[in-house]
Design a protein around this ligand. Structure first.
Ligand code: HEC
Length: 107
C-alpha cells in the first residue's frame, strides 16, 4: 500500500515539475546530512526491491527521475507520503546527496 502511494506521487511529481526550469533547486543542500537521512529512512525498502542493493534503484536504466527538479520533488513526495518527517531543508540535503552520488545533474 505504501509503495503504491509513493509510486502515484512519483508519477504526479514527474508531470508537475517537468516544466520547471530552475536549475538544481537543492544547490544549497548538504550531501553529508542527506546521506545520513537516506541511510536511516529510505534504503532498506529500496534494497528489498532490488535484490539487497539500495543504490540500484537510482542507477537502473529506466529510472524515473530525469532532472534536478524531479529529483527534489520525488524526495519531497516520498517523504510526505511515507511520513519520514523530513523538513524542507532535509529534503534538499537528501536530494543533494542523491545527485552527488547517483544522478549528477548539472547545477
Ligand atoms: C516503502 C518503500 C519505500 C520507501 C520507505 C522509500 N521508497 Fe523511494 N521508492 C520506492 C519504490 C518502489 C520506488 C520505485 C518506483 C518505480 O519504480 O516507479 C522508489 C523510487 C524512488 C526514487 C526514484 C528513483 C528513480 O527511478 O530515479 C527516489 C529518488 C526515491 N525513491 C527516494 C526515496 C527517499 C528519499 C526515501 C526516504 C524518504 C524513499 N525513497 C523511501 C519505495 C520506497
Amino acid at each position: 500500500m505504501i509503495i503504491r502511494i509513493c509510486l502515484a506521487a512519483l508519477l504526479a511529481g514527474t508531470s508537475v515539475t517537468a516544466a520547471a526550469q530552475e536549475p538544481a533547486p537543492f544547490a544549497r543542500g548538504d550531501p553529508h546530512k542527506g546521506e545520513k537521512l537516506v541511510t536511516k529512512d529510505c534504503e532498506s525498502c529500496h534494497a528489498s526491491k532490488f535484490g539487497g542493493d539500495p543504490n540500484a534503484i537510482y542507477l537502473r536504466k529506466d529510472r524515473r527521475v530525469k532532472n534536478a527538479s524531479q529529483l527534489l520533488s520525488q524526495v519531497t513526495m516520498c517523504n510526505t507520503q511515507l511520513n519520514a518527517g523530513f523538513f524542507p531543508d532535509d529534503e534538499k540535503d537528501v536530494a543533494a546527496y542523491l545527485n552527488q552520488q547517483y544522478y549528477h545533474f548539472k547545477p
